[in-house]
Ligand binder design. Structure first.
Ligand code: FES
Length: 238
């Protein structure tokens, strides 16, 4: 947890007797804070009596969010997995299984900004190598899974995040930044370092996943025909 402030709901000390899912320092205790408690009530109300174990994934995500609020690092210590197990009346091992299976759950500390960079084929063909190189240079790390010395960034290589049309892209905490290149990636990370939150989404002249520079089809009125003779319907007039 070096580089992050401690919090009153999270105790620190030597790991307990149960097997830990990773080898770094684990806090000795975890307590849901008032914000999490309110959210837990809302989540568990969705499930019928006796089926509360179905809330394991939302509760683990809640832990990660609370850790981000309290320590600046969005991760799930083992004691927090135990707290989830107690709250859902399920064996801890079943919570460990879920937390260690899904990539969106961090079971070791990450930087204040978790950079999940897609390097799957469409992003790779569109220049994800440049994005990776820029992230490493600005963060001052040499490889994936490494946290920057100032605790600001952790780089993770991920598979397709479903935004291929705006490749290359990366996820920064909960937000997508798309249509990146080396320069825009460097600008993004420098802004994050300054405490700014640049607008998420495409980093070029594009609205969501519409064509670059604006719409090129569906420009006429209902009943008009486009150049290829097909009916052309303007979405605003349909
Ligand atoms: S390949 Fe990168 S988002 Fe799909």
């Amino acid at each position: 947890m070096s580089g992050h402030a401690s919090a009153e709901n999270i105790g620190h000390g030597s790991p307990g007797h149960a097997p830990a899912p990773s080898t770094h320092e684990q806090p000795s205790s975890f307590t849901f804070d008032a914000q999490s408690e309110a959210e837990i009530g809302r989540i568990l109300a969705k499930y019928p009596e006796g089926r509360q174990a179905s809330g394991v994934m939302p509760l683990l995500y809640l832990v990660q969010d609370q850790m981000r609020r309290q320590t600046g690092s969005a991760w799930i210590p083992r004691v927090a997995m135990d707290a989830v197990a107690r709250r859902l009346t399920m064996p801890p091992i079943r919570v460990y299984e879920v937390a260690t299976f899904y990539l969106m759950f961090n079971i070791r500390p990450v930087g204040r900004y978790h950079l999940q960079i897609c390097t799957t084929t469409p992003c790779w063909l569109r220049g994800s190598d440049e994005v990776v190189a820029a992230c490493k240079a600005v963060a001052g790390v040499s490889k994936f899974e490494e946290m920057s010395p100032d605790g600001m960034f952790t780089l993770t290589e991920v598979e397709c995040l479903g935004a291929c049309v705006n490749a290359p892209m990366m996820q920064v905490n909960d937000d997508y930044y798309e249509d990146l290149d080396g320069d825009s990636t460097r600008r993004l990370l420098e802004a994050l370092k300054r405490g700014e939150t640049p607008p998420r989404g495409p980093q070029i002249d594009r609205y969501n996943s519409a064509p670059v520079g604006g719409r090129t089809t569906l420009l006429g009125e209902v009943g008009e025909r486009s150049a290829d003779g097909q009916p052309d319907r303007h979405p605003d007039t349909v």
